[in-house]
Design a protein around this ligand. Structure first.
Ligand SMILES: [Cu+2]
Length: 506
C-alpha cells in the first residue's frame, strides 16, 4: 500500500486548477481524487445494423449540439447519431459492411475508419468529403484479425475541432478465433474506454478553452465515454479494458493506483500472443490498448495517468500536459466477486519479418511537415506496389513530439532507436509515438487494393499538426510506378523534391 501525494496534498478534495502564464492547467501533482468518483461510467451503445443482401448495413448521422459534460456545464459538442461521441460499431471478420453516413452538420465532414484495411475510396479521407445534408456510403469486406479500431472525421484542416468536440466512436472487429477466456461481454466485463480531455474553468462552473501547446490544444479535465469523474462498478473478477486515446493532443501514461501491473493483451491492430505484464501503458492520440485488470473482491482502485517525458524542452513538455497526474476511472468490485483465470495464450496474427520488406523509405518529421513538405491534396507523395511489404524509417528531427499513423495498413515495429521495442509496440500497430529525436523502423505490409487514382494518408495524429498539413499521401499500384528515387536503399529522401511528386506519373 502506498499513500499518494494527492492524498497528502488535497485529501479528498476536488479538482485543483491553477493559472499559469495566462493558461489554465490542472495542478501537476494533484488530480480529482479518483477514489471519490461516483458517476456511473457511460457505455456507448452498440450501433444498430441490419443485414441486407449479405451486407451488414449501418447508418450514422453527424450532428452538433450541446452536452452537459460536467454537472451544470454545457459544452458545444459533436457526435454521430447523437451530439457527443458515437455508437460502437461491431462486425465480424469476413463480413461485408455498408456504412451510410449523413452529414447533419453545417460544415463538411468525413468518416474515416481508423485502422481498417480497405480500399482507399472507402477510407473516409479528405478525398471523400461529405457536404452538409449529403450522405456518403462506404462498403467493404472486413479482412483482418479481431481488433479495437475506431472511426472519426478527417476533413482537411478541421479534424482537431471535430474530434475534439466528440466525433469519435469504436469499431470492434470480431473474429471466431478469439480466446474464450478473454472477457467479451460488452459493457459488462469487456469495457470500452474512450478518453478525451476537455477544458473546465477554475471552480468548474463553466466551459473553458483548451490550452495551446506545441503539440496542439490540451484540456485540463479527462472524461471517459463522455463521463465526468467516472466510476465502473465491475461485477467480474477480471475485466478487459479497450482503451482509446481520442484526445486531440494529450498523451496518457496509464497505471493502476494499486501498483498492480496491467496485463496488456492487445494493441492497435489486434491481440498479442500472450498477456504481457506492464506497469504502464502510454497512449498518444489515436493509439489503443487492450488490457486485463484482475479485481479481487472489494476492490476500489483508480486507473490514472502519470507524468511522462515527451522529449521536448521542459517548458514545452509542461505546456503539453506531460507533468500532470490525472485520475481517469475508478473501478470497484463487490465483496462477493469471484476470481477468473487469465488466459495464457491468445490468438494473434503473425507479424511480418524484416526479411519480408523489399523496399525502404525514410520519413523525416519536422515541426509541422513530413520530409519538409506540407499536405497537398493534389500531390501523391509515395507510390507503392500493392501487396508489398516495406520498411519505413520514421525520424523525428523536429523540436516537438509527434506520432505517425498510416492509413489502410497495420504494421510491426522492428526497432525503436536501434533497440527492440517495448511491450506496447510489439503487436500490430497503426499509430506510433515518437518523442523528439526518436527513430522507429516499421515493417508495413500494404494491402492488395490497387487504385492509382485514390490516395491513402500517412500523417501525424496530433490533430493540430495534422490540420497544419503534417500529412502526405500514398497510392497502391500494380507496378509501383517508375519512381526509383522514392524507394531503394538510399532511403529515398521520400518527398523531398526528387521528382516523384506527380500524381499519375506511372
Ligand atoms: Cu505531430
Amino acid at each position: 500500500m502506498r499513500i499518494s501525494r494527492r492524498t497528502l496534498l488535497l485529501g479528498a478534495g476536488g479538482l485543483a486548477v491553477i493559472g499559469v502564464g495566462g493558461y489554465w492547467l490542472t495542478e501537476g501533482r494533484s488530480s480529482g481524487g479518483g477514489t471519490s468518483f461516483t458517476t456511473p461510467l457511460r457505455i456507448p451503445p452498440l450501433a444498430e445494423s441490419e443485414v441486407v443482401d449479405g451486407e451488414r448495413v449501418f447508418r450514422l448521422a453527424a450532428r452538433a449540439g450541446e452536452t452537459e459534460l460536467v454537472p451544470g456545464v454545457q459544452f458545444a459538442t459533436m457526435g454521430f447519431n447523437g451530439v457527443h461521441l458515437g455508437p460502437t460499431i461491431r462486425a465480424a471478420r469476413g463480413e461485408r459492411v455498408r456504412m451510410h453516413v449523413t452529414n447533419e452538420l453545417d460544415v463538411p465532414t468525413t468518416a474515416h475508419w481508423h485502422g481498417m484495411i480497405l480500399p482507399a475510396t472507402e477510407d473516409g479521407t479528405p478525398h471523400q468529403s461529405i457536404a452538409p445534408a449529403a450522405t456518403w456510403t462506404a462498403a467493404w469486406q472486413i479482412d483482418q484479425p479481431a481488433a479495437t479500431l475506431w472511426y472519426h472525421p478527417h476533413p482537411h484542416g478541421q479534424t482537431e475541432l471535430q474530434v475534439g468536440r466528440g466525433m469519435a466512436g469504436l469499431f470492434l472487429v470480431d473474429d471466431d478465433d478469439e480466446s474464450p477466456d478473454l472477457p467479451s461481454e460488452y459493457g459488462v466485463d469487456d469495457i470500452p474506454l474512450i478518453i478525451q480531455d476537455i477544458a473546465v474553468r477554475p471552480g468548474g462552473e463553466s466551459a473553458g478553452t483548451p490550452t495551446a501547446s506545441p503539440i496542439g490544444r490540451i484540456g485540463n479535465t479527462p472524461i471517459v465515454n463522455g463521463t465526468y469523474r467516472p466510476h465502473l462498478r465491475a461485477s467480474s473478477g477480471l475485466v478487459r479494458l479497450r482503451i482509446l486515446n481520442a484526445s486531440a493532443a494529450r498523451c496518457y501514461n496509464l497505471e493502476l493506483s494499486t501498483g498492480e501491473p496491467l496485463l496488456l493483451v492487445g494493441t492497435d491492430g489486434g491481440l498479442l500472443p500472450s498477456p504481457q505484464s506492464v506497469q504502464r501503458v502510454f497512449l498518444s492520440p489515436a493509439e489503443r490498448a487492450e488490457v486485463l485488470v484482475q479485481l479481487p473482491p472489494g476492490s476500489d482502485l483508480v486507473l490514472r495517468s502519470v507524468p511522462h517525458d515527451l522529449g521536448m524542452s521542459s517548458g514545452d513538455d509542461t505546456a503539453s500536459g506531460a507533468d500532470n497526474t490525472l485520475d481517469i476511472l475508478r473501478i470497484t468490485t463487490p465483496s462477493d466477486t469471484t476470481a477468473r483465470e487469465v488466459p495464457t495464450t491468445l490468438p494473434s496474427a503473425v507479424l511480418p519479418a524484416l526479411a519480408d520488406a523489399m523496399t525502404e523509405r525514410r520519413f523525416m518529421l519536422g515541426n509541422t511537415t513530413i520530409n519538409g513538405r506540407v499536405m497537398d491534396m493534389d500531390r501523391i507523395d509515395t507510390t507503392i506496389v500493392a501487396g508489398a511489404t516495406e520498411r519505413w524509417t520514421i525520424m523525428n528531427t523536429s523540436d516537438r513530439a509527434h506520432n505517425f499513423h498510416i492509413h489502410g495498413a497495420q504494421f510491426a515495429v522492428h526497432r525503436v532507436n536501434g533497440e527492440k521495442p517495448a511491450a506496447q509496440n510489439r503487436g500490430w500497430k497503426d499509430t506510433v509515438f515518437l518523442a523528439r529525436d526518436d527513430a522507429m523502423e516499421l515493417i508495413v505490409p500494404f494491402s492488395s487494393y490497387v487504385d492509382p487514382a485514390t490516395p491513402y494518408m500517412y500523417h501525424c495524429h496530433l490533430l493540430w499538426h495534422e490540420d497544419q498539413g503534417m500529412m502526405a499521401q500514398y497510392v497502391l499500384t500494380t507496378d509501383g510506378g517508375d519512381d526509383g528515387a522514392d524507394a531503394g536503399t538510399d532511403m529515398g529522401m521520400d518527398g523531398m523534391g526528387m521528382g516523384m511528386d506527380h500524381p499519375g506519373h506511372d
